[in-house]
Design a protein around this ligand. Structure first.
Ligand SMILES: C[S@@+](CC[C@H](N)C(=O)[O-])C[C@H]1O[C@@H](n2cnc3c(N)ncnc32)[C@H](O)[C@@H]1O
Length: 345
C-alpha cells in the first residue's frame, strides 16, 4: 500500500472513530480496519515469542508489544480515548489556534494507537508529539509506523526510556499528558508511577488524560447484571452495582498535592476502611474493586464497559456472609495495585 493510500485509509477510519453518532457495527469494523492497517504498516510479527515478553520495571510491568498492540481490540477503550483526546486537542486549539498542541504520550506501545488516528485530522502546525516507550521492539515498530504514515513532521522527539523516571527536557513544554499503561483496578502496570513522575514536570494548565481514574469498593447484584448484559448495546444506566466513595484516586489535583511526598523513600498512600450497611450487603451478591475512568470531560468508561473497568472480585457475599467491607491501600512498587483486606462482623 502506498503512503497516500495508508493515509487515506487512516482518514476514513478516524472519521468513524470521532463521529458523534457512529453505530456499533461501523465502530467495530473501523477498529478492526485500524488494527489490520497498523499491523501491515508496522510489519510487527505478533507471533514471535519475543513480542510476548514483558519487562519488569521498579514501578510495574511494561507489557510486551504483542499485548500492547492487542489493547486496541478493546473497542470502547480505544474509541473513548481517541474521542477524548480529540476533544481535548480541539479545546486547546480553540483557546490558542496559533500554536500546535503538544502531547506527551507515555507508553505508546508498537503503534501509538491512541494518537495515530488523529494525525489524519490535524496538520503538524496543530499537533506535535513527544513519544516515550520502554520496549525496544515497540520503539522499532513505532518508527516504522511514523515512516509508513509519513508522520515525521508531527514528531518532536521519541525516547526509549522508563517514563516513570524520565526527566522531560525543558525545551519540551507539553499541553497534554497521555498515559494508558494500566489494567483494571490499576493493577500491575505503572500508570501511577508514570503519572506521578511526569505530571509535576509539566506546566500548570496541562491536561492529564485520562483525567481521572478512581477505584471503589463495589457491591454487585449478579441477576441484575446478567439481565443488563443480556441486552446488546444496552445504553441504559448501569444500576446493578453500588460504589463506595473512591478508595484511591489518580487525577491532577491528587498528583500535584502528593508529588513531593511520593518521591520520598518509604512513601505510602493512606489506608482506608470502607463498610457497607447490612441492607446493602443483603441486596447484592459480590464485593469487588471497581474502576471508573473519566477520559476527558463527559467522555468516560463506566463499570464493565471496557476491560479496564471490569470489577476485580473480592468475595461472594452469599457464601461469605460475615463480610461487611474492606481495608484498602494502593501500593506502588514492582507489583502495584490496591491491597484489600476483607473486614468481617
Ligand atoms: C497497556 S500498553 C498500551 C499501549 C498504548 N498506549 C495503547 O493504549 O494502546 C502500555 C505500553 O506502555 C509501555 N510502558 C509501560 N511502562 C512503561 C514505562 N515505565 N516507560 C515507558 N513505557 C512503558 C509498555 O511497554 C506498553 O507498550
Amino acid at each position: 500500500m502506498s503512503t497516500e493510500n495508508v493515509k487515506k485509509k487512516l482518514f476514513e477510519i478516524t472519521q468513524n472513530l470521532i463521529s458523534e453518532d457512529v453505530i456499533s457495527d461501523v465502530l467495530k469494523n473501523s477498529i478492526e480496519d485500524l488494527k489490520l492497517l497498523l499491523e501491515k504498516v508496522s510489519g510487527l510479527n505478533q507471533e514471535a515469542p519475543v513480542n510476548s515478553e514483558n519487562i519488569l520495571l521498579p514501578t510495574g510491568k511494561a507489557i510486551g508489544p504483542k499485548w500492547a498492540g492487542m489493547c486496541l481490540e478493546d473497542i470502547p477503550r480505544t474509541h473513548k480515548f481517541i474521542k477524548g483526546i480529540n476533544y481535548a486537542v480541539q479545546k486547546i486549539l480553540e483557546k490558542n489556534p496559533k500554536n500546535p498542541v503538544t502531547i506527551l504520550y507515555a507508553g505508546t506501545g508498537p503503534f501509538a494507537t491512541l494518537i495515530l488516528p488523529l494525525l489524519s485530522r490535524y496538520k503538524p502546525s496543530e499537533l506535535q508529539l513527544i513519544l516515550l516507550e520502554v520496549n525496544t521492539i515497540s520503539i522499532e515498530s513505532l518508527k516504522k509506523i511514523i515512516k509508513g504514515f509519513d508522520a515525521y513532521e508531527y514528531i518532536k522527539a521519541i525516547y526509549h526510556c522508563d517514563a516513570a523516571n524520565f526527566t522531560v527536557p525543558s525545551e519540551f513544554e507539553a499541553d497534554i499528558l497521555l498515559v494508558e499503561c494500566m489494567q483494571h483496578a490499576l493493577l500491575r502496570e505503572p500508570q501511577v508511577g508514570i503519572t506521578y513522575n511526569l505530571l509535576p514536570q509539566m506546566k500548570k494548565e496541562a491536561i492529564l488524560i485520562p483525567e481521572e481514574v478512581s477505584l471503589h469498593l463495589a457491591l454487585v447484584d449478579m441477576d441484575e447484571k446478567n439481565e443488563y448484559l443480556s441486552i446488546e448495546n444496552n445504553e441504559a444506566k448501569r444500576d446493578y452495582y453500588e460504589n463506595s466513595e473512591a478508595v484511591f484516586t489518580l487525577n491532577k489535583v491528587e498528583v500535584l498535592q502528593n508529588s513531593s511526598d511520593f518521591k520520598k523513600e518509604g512513601f505510602q498512600f493512606p489506608e482506608k476502611e470502607t463498610h457497607f450497611s447490612r441492607k446493602q450487603l443483603n441486596n447484592h451478591d459480590l464485593i469487588a474493586i471497581s474502576t471508573e475512568i473519566t477520559v476527558f470531560k463527559n467522555i468516560s468508561l463506566n463499570i464493565d464497559e471496557s476491560g479496564l473497568t471490569v470489577p476485580l472480585f473480592l468475595a461472594d457475599l452469599n457464601h461469605d456472609q460475615t463480610v461487611t467491607g474492606a481495608k484498602t491501600q494502593y501500593v506502588v512498587g514492582t507489583d502495584p495495585g490496591l491491597n484489600a483486606q476483607l473486614v468481617r462482623s
